[in-house]
Ligand binder design. Structure first.
Ligand code: X90
Length: 281
């Protein structure tokens, strides 16, 4: 397909606001406290939000984008690929699907393919990059939809978190799971499985945690393919994972970047999220 006919629409948990060759539009999630609201847009100072939340004692939560946020993001585009955060943990996917239906009804000549990423952040970025690649290879709209779902099954998402407070307070992990982390340097290493958070280890200390994380990547089939790592505040943690990968795969395609508001809120300070390809050189 011609790249100029495509628009990629993501919710803000993808940490993407711009791509070089393809139009991108973003439906923002929101972070809310009893005293402030932070729309997850490029204008938001995410570090300031993280700092403000660290000293805030009241309730905080998040809200998915509205129907109108998605139709605004669809704009006037002819062919839309819309990638959302896992439908198991957020209402975003359902909102996107209903916005897509009404968009297609209103414009019978236009198409929207809504993809439930079954994860978030770097996992969504991998899917977006794949869409661009397939379009460049000349595939048609329906083929791209199919192939991107097949690709999703060849990717994995692991995350290493220092605190699970915000996930637990908002019911995205259970209390017993949350209680595992946060004491005496214990972290949670988790994996996205069928769109939900599955704890897989509770390593202690940064270096050991990163060793465990990389070992798990290898077990899941990572062998030098793409790796995308987002981090909240501590870039050194992401760099530590990348260094382990580079020791075995010096040529690996790795990208490291700060998470925007939604992923920063849940990953919390010191958290990293890694999306990677499995079984591809
Ligand atoms: O609709 C909403 O309010 C958004 C809710 C999002 C809840 C979960 C976000 C998790 C972000 C934590 C590590 C990666 C989890 C992978 C999911 C399967 C970051």
């Amino acid at each position: 397909m011609e790249l100029s006919k495509i628009r990629i629409v993501v919710d803000s948990s993808a940490d993407i606001f711009h791509f070089d060759q393809v139009e991108v539009a973003v439906a923002p999630l929101k972070i809310t406290t009893q005293t402030a609201e932070y729309p997850d847009t490029p204008a938001l100072d995410v570090s300031a939000m993280t700092a403000a939340l660290a000293s805030y004692k009241g309730k905080s939560g998040t809200a998915c984008p509205s129907f109108g946020d998605f139709t605004d993001a669809f704009g006037e585009a002819e062919y839309i690929f819309c990638i959302t955060i896992t439908s198991q943990l957020s209402g975003t996917y359902n909102v996107a699907v209903s916005a897509a239906r009404s968009y297609e009804e209103e414009h019978p000549d236009r198409r929207v393919c809504v993809i439930d990423s079954r994860n978030t952040g770097p996992g969504m970025r991998l899917l977006a990059e794949k869409i661009v690649q397939l379009a460049k290879e000349g595939l048609e709209f329906d083929e791209i939809c199919e192939r991107v779902l097949a690709y999703r099954a060849q990717t994995e998402l692991l995350f290493l978190l220092e605190s699970l407070n915000n996930l637990a307070n908002n019911g995205r992990v259970s209390r017993p799971v949350a209680a595992l982390a946060g004491f005496l340097g214990i972290r949670m290493l988790g994996r996205a499985v069928q769109g939900v958070i599955k704890p897989i280890a509770k390593p202690r200390g940064e270096q050991k945690s990163l060793d465990t994380m990389y070992a798990r990547m290898r077990e899941l089939g990572y062998c030098g393919g793409k790796l995308r790592i987002s981090y909240c505040e501590k870039e050194s943690v992401a760099a530590g994972l990348a260094a382990r990968v580079r020791a075995d795969f010096p040529e690996a395609d790795i990208d490291i970047y700060p998470a925007r508001a939604l992923c920063s809120f849940y990953a919390e300070r010191g958290g990293i999220i890694a999306g990677f390809e499995t079984n591809t050189e």
